[in-house]
Design a protein around this ligand. Structure first.
Ligand SMILES: *[C@@H]1O[C@H](CO)[C@@H](O)[C@H](O)[C@H]1NC(C)=O
Ligand SMILES: *[C@@H]1O[C@H](CO)[C@@H](O)[C@H](O)[C@H]1NC(C)=O
Ligand SMILES: *[C@@H]1O[C@H](CO)[C@@H](O)[C@H](O)[C@H]1NC(C)=O
Ligand SMILES: *[C@@H]1O[C@H](CO)[C@@H](O)[C@H](O)[C@H]1NC(C)=O
Ligand SMILES: *[C@@H]1O[C@H](CO)[C@@H](O)[C@H](O)[C@H]1NC(C)=O
Ligand SMILES: *[C@@H]1O[C@H](CO)[C@@H](O)[C@H](O)[C@H]1NC(C)=O
Length: 617
């Protein structure tokens, strides 16, 4: 303490900051986001950048890495430590900033509930605010000839996002254990704080329940293997790549055809939107692909993996872009069927209910969804959303153009015809319809064809004592369960984002209710058309094929097969709809009525002619 004080005398602003931190123990921590660099007269705000651009930004990236190292080093007894902030999401299930809960869910995060997008907005803003504060201190100690450059970069520093729908691979700067940055002491190679977070204590010291299988890891892991006793980062990338065409199509359709916030926001079935995919289900898939058997797969510990923040900055970006397209729809009162640590099962979420534990002032006021409707209040924006220079119509047109060019690009390429030549028509279903890379899907323009095909999944939120996935295949699943997530004939994976030990959290019975998600399979079928295996995408051509070729299997993240009959409430249905492709760069396709094809799933495990909602909904 003495040396800290002595050191601070030379840095009055730092001293002030330390005093503020002390006062924080007495009064609430006000979440403002990072406010530096905001132009108060025009409303222009610094941008959160895509990680690939951001990694090449020089000083901003250096500062981000160094600030994250500092944040991860803050003693975990401090509520503004990486440990405690990441722990808001799940374990250790204790109070934060004076707010506590009583629910049985591991953390404050709301999932399968309509505040899913709104709750995570102040959460990422809190992280950004802390990173920003650390970056100011670091910029101040660069040598004089670099200091101004670093101070300017620190002022406008915002956290990066990772657009996994366009770049479906773990970014290099996330996957490498070490990283080289320009520090105040020159270029240095340091342990990469985006690669893993190292816990400062063991499970008991962290306050993690010891009966959770994830509790005892000393660092965050991705696709951890019990054989090698280590992470496998390339398995994460392989899983992301295998799902990429589905993820890109679902992301595109979320923008082009989901127009009601309730349908957009979460996996809760919500009655009438059974064909619509939603931001949470897409986000769940990414958690699963990154985590495998690892922290990102399980909500009680996901917040500790540093890539969580890049993932959620992107979820927030997709939310903000979607809001620019549909500004008139927002959260409406809905029942939270599953609860959180803060909210009891049956709580009615609305625009005015609290997003705990996030304070909007230094007193006792908690943010509400209505408070966070605009990201303006948190001092950031995204490249697609220069809202200070455009009226709402221009902004929406700008977003449509960006959505088209990112997720449904035009292409003059001839790859589709060469793909046709290189892959001869085969007698194998898996060959004819498999090996569909994101590149091929884009060249086939799968999001701009005259028809779409989808699989809809409805299933109980907690049918098992752990998390699970369902893999969909054209033809047979490979024999080895470990080959399923990256099988060449995988269409896509439905992922449930459930805790590793549900029994421990809900010893008196699991909360009842279903969740939903979609898998897009237009890419698989379009590849089959391009290879001459089927004539076209019409129901006449596709239905008989799917009837014998479409299969699905379920597994746990640890790689054990789950009998489909063990997944209570499971309902799998197939639908198609005609599409009038888009014809200008800022317009969207127009979709016709959904047609359910009951004969495709008839007689298959948990196949239903249409999504079957049971119970309270
Ligand atoms: C805000 O933007 C205006 C217009 O571009 C510019 O003239 C002004 O200098 C900016 N103010 C700050 C504080 O950057
Ligand atoms: C985890 O570590 C604690 C000590 O922190 C120990 O008591 C416990 O048995 C360990 N649990 C498992 C599952 O290894
Ligand atoms: C890591 O995962 C990749 C992709 O799934 C796989 O090919 C490789 O064998 C795995 N490595 C180890 C050491 O298990
Ligand atoms: C969205 O859905 C809700 C719930 O059914 C409904 O009350 C509301 O009117 C819908 N909003 C729009 C903009 O369609
Ligand atoms: C397609 O070709 C046109 C005309 O040559 C060109 O202007 C455009 O940039 C090309 N688009 C792509 C995506 O390559
Ligand atoms: C889950 O927790 C319970 C105690 O609540 C324990 O008996 C069980 O072994 C745990 N399961 C796993 C897979 O760790």
């Amino acid at each position: 303490m003495f040396s800290l004080f002595f050191w601070c005398k030379e840095h009055f602003t730092l001293l002030l900051f330390s005093v503020l931190l002390l006062i924080d123990c007495l009064i609430a921590f006000q979440i403002t986001g990072a406010q530096g660099g905001v132009n108060s007269s025009t409303g222009e705000r610094p941008l959160r950048y895509e990680i690939r651009d951001f990694a090449n930004s020089g000083p901003a990236f250096d500062l981000f890495i160094l600030a994250l190292i500092d944040l991860q080093d803050v003693d975990q007894s401090d509520q503004l430590s990486y440990f405690q902030v990441s722990g808001i999401h799940g374990f250790p299930r204790t109070s934060w900033d004076g707010v506590s809960g009583r629910g049985s869910y591991p953390g404050f995060c709301t999932h399968a509930a309509t505040p899913f997008p709104t709750w995570h907005r102040p959460y990422v803003a809190l992280f950004e605010q802390l990173v920003w504060q650390h970056a100011q201190d670091i910029a101040n100690i660069y040598p004089l000839d670099q200091r101004n450059e670093y101070l300017n970069a620190a002022l406008t520093l915002r956290v990066p996002y990772w657009d996994w729908a366009v770049y479906p691979a773990l970014p290099d700067v996330v996957a490498e254990p070490q990283i080289s940055v320009n520090t105040p002491n020159g270029q240095q190679t340091v342990d990469n704080p985006l690669y893993a977070y190292f816990f400062q204590s063991d499970a008991a010291g962290n306050g993690f329940p010891l009966s959770d299988p994830m509790a005892n890891f000393s660092e965050t892991v991705r696709w951890w293997s019990p054989n090698t006793r280590s992470s496998n980062q390339s398995a994460a990338t392989a899983a992301l790549l295998a799902n990429a065409p589905t993820i890109q199509s679902l992301t595109y359709q979320m923008f082009t055809s989901v127009t009601n916030y309730t349908a957009f926001s979460c996996t809760w079935p919500g009655g009438q939107w059974l064909t619509a995919n939603n931001i949470e289900s897409i986000h769940n898939s990414i958690h699963n692909s990154i985590g495998g058997y690892g922290h990102m797969q399980f909500p009680e510990v996901a917040g500790f993996d540093p890539v969580f923040w890049l993932h959620h900055a992107n979820v927030d970006r997709l939310f903000a872009m979607w809001q620019a397209l549909y500004p008139d729809t927002y959260i409406e009162p809905t029942v939270n069927a599953y609860g959180s640590y803060y909210e009891a099962v049956g709580f009615v979420d609305s625009g005015t209910t609290a997003l705990a534990p996030f304070h909007s002032d230094s007193g006792s006021t908690l943010f509400t969804s209505n408070d966070v409707r605009s990201m303006k209040r948190f001092g950031y924006s995204y490249p697609e959303l220069p809202d200070w220079g455009m009226n709402p119509d221009e902004l929406a047109a700008n977003v449509r153009t960006a959505v088209n060019s990112l997720y449904n690009p035009s292409s003059n390429s001839t790859v589709s015809s060469s793909a046709r030549r290189t892959r001869r028509r085969s007698s194998s279903i898996a060959e004819n319809f498999g090996h569909v890379s994101l590149d091929l899907a884009r060249h086939l323009r799968v999001n701009n064809l005259n028809r779409q095909w989808s699989i809809t999944v409805l299933v109980d939120r907690f049918p098992l004592d752990t998390s699970f996935c369902i893999d969909f295949f054209m033809g047979d699943a490979p024999d080895e369960v470990s080959s399923w997530p990256t099988a060449p004939n995988l269409i896509g994976t439905y992922a449930q984002f459930n805790p590793a030990n549900v029994t421990m959290l809900h010893p008196n019975g699991f909360p009842q209710g279903q969740v939903r998600g979609e898998i897009s399979m237009t890419h698989t079928l379009a590849a089959g058309v391009s290879r001459g295996a089927i004539r076209d995408l019409s129901p006449q051509s596709v239905t008989p094929l799917l009837r014998h070729a479409l299969n699905w299997k379920a597994r746990t993240p640890a790689g054990e097969e789950v009998p489909l009959t063990a997944l209570s409430g499971l309902s799998i249905s197939v639908s198609t709809r005609p599409v009038v492709p888009r014809n200008t760069k800022d317009s969207f396709p127009v979709y016709g009525a959904v047609q359910w094809l009951g004969s495709v799933t008839k007689g298959k495990p948990c196949g239903r002619p249409q999504p079957h909602v049971h119970g309270m909904f």
